[in-house]
Design a protein around this ligand. Structure first.
Ligand SMILES: *Cc1c(COP(=O)(O)O)cnc(C)c1O
Length: 440
């Protein structure tokens, strides 16, 4: 048994003061029941993944790769069968040739829509990068250029679905409905799988042949069910988020109805070739092992998000979701109300990283943004956001969005480092750490 003294000392040697350490531990202590629930979810989802791997007889040969055309790539085909079983879908496309989440979503849309069709988002504005895919912001090769029109129904003030307007918007040309599960970098609540199911049922009651696609980014393995369990025809996501388990170095997936996945495969490679080509090179082992680890990795990230919400909520900051809310994705927003808070937080996260802990992030003019943005990421896989990462636009309300952590202990350390950085910068008063605990 390791003594508290030894643990405290190693934290101290890594720059965590006694006040921050004790404040963090007091918060974590109160979260034990919450963490137990997260662990049971991970246990269930671990079995779900294992069941799919055993059923499909994943073998040593599956971990090898092909080159060239990639005909008869056993590992690739088996992995796609495993994904289909995990998501309870007819088929899946899981490829390193899908470069990121945006690409997976663009692929799913562009392959399943035809000129003259209309796309509808009944949950408000989609993720930033999709604006150019759809043509909300004009862009070369957008759906708009190909004659696919777009309509959007915003959520009502209280976050509920605007059923009346959705009903009015759905017409004969409405072919596909896109539903984003995670709030992304918006202030609306993340949708639970249950709510997504209600929305899909409503849409299908109006027009049964509409394709319902869910942007599943950051949501995988957070709940017992996935959107494909409640009627989604396609679920789409990135492998450098939850389902890659931190090991997948690239990739995206589309799981869903056979016809939808087939359309996507013909678009990704070529009409006539579809899923038959696409060499897996040498990375299948990381795809399998990452998926195997994904339920526990997601649980670690989730604990970190809940921990951070409670750490900063007790200090009086606005946090979304709040400290006790149920979770449907791994993103946590904290509003600091001043730029210094955003910068100090991100520097703390960076200094806790296993890679590049010695660099100091600075706000910069990122292309496509209307304000400077500061980003903290010290990841094994570049840009991976299942690894502990944070970013904050330097504009009101001065909020940071952070997510990830391959292990709960790393997430915990990163959040303690962020708080330490706030204390060191004089943004959080040492004495408030103690008093905020005594008052609760
Ligand atoms: C991450 C994300 C995407 C895709 O982003 P990429 O950076 O291209 O992987 C799309 N939608 C949501 C909600 C996301 O969180």
């Amino acid at each position: 048994m390791i003594t508290e003294k030894v643990t405290k000392e190693i934290y101290k040697s890594m720059g965590i003061s006694q006040e921050v350490y004790e404040y963090g531990n007091a918060i974590a202590e109160k979260l034990q029941e919450r963490f137990r629930q997260i662990d049971s979810m991970a246990e269930y989802n671990q079995m779900k993944v294992l069941k799919a791997m055993r059923k499909n007889q994943v073998s040593e040969a599956c971990l090898l790769g092909t080159t060239g055309y990639g005909y008869n790539d056993l590992g690739r085909d088996t992995l796609e069968a495993v994904y289909a079983d995990v998501f309870h879908t007819e088929d899946a496309l899981v490829r390193p040739q899908i470069t990121c989440g945006t690409h997976a979503l663009a692929l799913a849309l562009m392959s399943n829509l035809r000129p003259g069709d209309e796309l509808l988002s009944p949950v408000g504005k989609p993720y930033d990068t999709l604006e150019e895919v759809i043509g909300i912001r004009p862009s070369k090769g957008s759906l708009a250029e190909y004659g696919v029109t777009y309509r959007q129904v915003d959520l009502l003030e209280d976050g509920s679905f605007d059923y009346e307007s959705i009903r009015k918007c759905i017409r004969s040309k409405t072919r596909l409905v896109t539903i984003q599960r995670s709030k992304g970098y918006q202030t609306r609540p993340t949708l639970s799988v249950e709510r997504i199911g209600e929305l899909i049922a409503f849409v299908k009651s109006l027009k049964p042949d509409i394709i319902c696609m869910v942007d599943n980014c950051y949501g995988e393995f957070v709940e017992e069910k996935e959107p494909s369990d409640v009627g989604a025809d396609m679920v789409v996501g990135s492998l450098i988020k939850n389902p890659g388990g931190g090991l997948a170095p690239i990739g995206g997936y589309i799981a869903g109805k056979k016809a939808c996945v087939e359309n996507a495969a013909f678009r990704l490679t070529s009409p006539g070739l579809g899923k038959e080509v696409g060499a897996s090179l040498g990375i299948l082992k990381d795809f399998y092992q990452g998926l195997f680890l994904a339920p526990t990795v997601t649980a670690g990230a989730l604990k970190g998000a809940v921990f951070a919400a409670n750490i900063y909520e007790k200090l009086g900051y606005d946090v979304v979701p709040d400290g006790s809310e149920s979770r449907h994705d791994i993103i946590q927003a904290v509003t600091f109300g001043q730029p210094e808070g955003v910068v100090a937080f991100c520097r703390g996260i960076q200094s806790a990283a296993p890679v590049d802990s010695h660099v100091t992030p600075e706000p910069w003019d990122m292309p496509g943004y209307d304000a400077k943005v500061i980003m903290a990421a010290g990841a094994f896989v570049s840009g991976s956001s299942i690894e502990l990462s944070a970013d904050g636009p330097i504009k009101p309300p001065y909020a940071v969005y952070f997510q990830g952590g391959l292990t709960w202990y790393h997430a915990k350390f990163g959040i303690l480092k962020s708080l330490q950085s706030m204390v060191d910068e004089g943004l959080v008063d040492k004495s408030s750490l103690c008093s905020s605990l005594c008052s609760c």
